[in-house]
Design a protein around this ligand. Structure first.
Ligand code: GAR
Length: 188
């Protein structure tokens, strides 16, 4: 069963739901995330865990991990989750957290990958699905696919094409994981 962490629009969450994957819980750091409404519309339990309501980020992440574990979550998917997970969360789900990112990592990590790629003038960027470790958009890579930058692209037009790829790669990775065909071990 899958728990999804979101911060914004939730189009990747929608792709997981549309793929018929067993999403049982959706949580956000942001009480206003549109993704929480999507979860509610799909009949999936959803909750917000804003850091300001907890003594520390670590305490919030502990409670968040507990909430997901209580719902039987075995795979956590970060679908546009824009905060770094602290140690208590990572220790609760070792090798069980996937993230999707709008660049060909390790190029352009962080919250502005599409804008950064455009500013750099790259001709090709793309989408990455990877296992999460303690870094910012680091960890073993599962899937990557290139997306060409077109003449006249804005961050919006380029991101929209990257998201089409994300919406295919992320559900595929989640399904492989649930089928036991994907592990976080990096082969030598
Ligand atoms: C996605 O494009 C995802 O790759 C990106 O946020 C977007 C969320 O869209 N994540 C990151 O930049 C993580 N560093 P969505 O809310 O429509 O799924």
């Amino acid at each position: 069963m899958i728990g999804v962490l979101v911060s914004g629009k939730g189009s990747n969450l929608q792709a997981l739901l549309d793929a018929g994957l067993p999403v049982v819980a959706v949580a956000s750091n942001n009480t206003k995330a549109e993704a929480l409404d999507r979860a509610a519309r799909a009949g999936v339990e959803a909750a917000a865990f804003p850091a300001v309501e907890f003594a520390s980020r670590e305490r919030r992440d502990e409670e968040l991990a507990e909430w997901l574990a209580e719902r039987g979550v075995e795979l956590v998917v970060l679908a546009g989750y824009m905060q770094l997970l602290s140690a208590p969360f990572l220790e609760r789900f070792p090798g069980r957290i996937l993230n999707v990112h709008p660049s060909l990592l390790p190029a352009f990590p962080g919250a502005h990958a599409v804008e950064d790629a455009l500013a750099h003038g790259v001709k090709v960027t793309g989408a990455t699905v990877h296992f999460v470790d303690e870094g910012i958009d680091t960890g073993p890579i599962v899937f990557q696919e290139a997306v060409e930058v077109r003449e006249g692209d804005t961050a919006e037009t380029l991101h929209a094409r990257i998201q089409q790829v994300e919406h295919r790669l992320l559900p595929e990775a989640a399904r492989l994981f649930l089928d036991g065909k994907l592990t976080a071990a990096v082969s030598a």
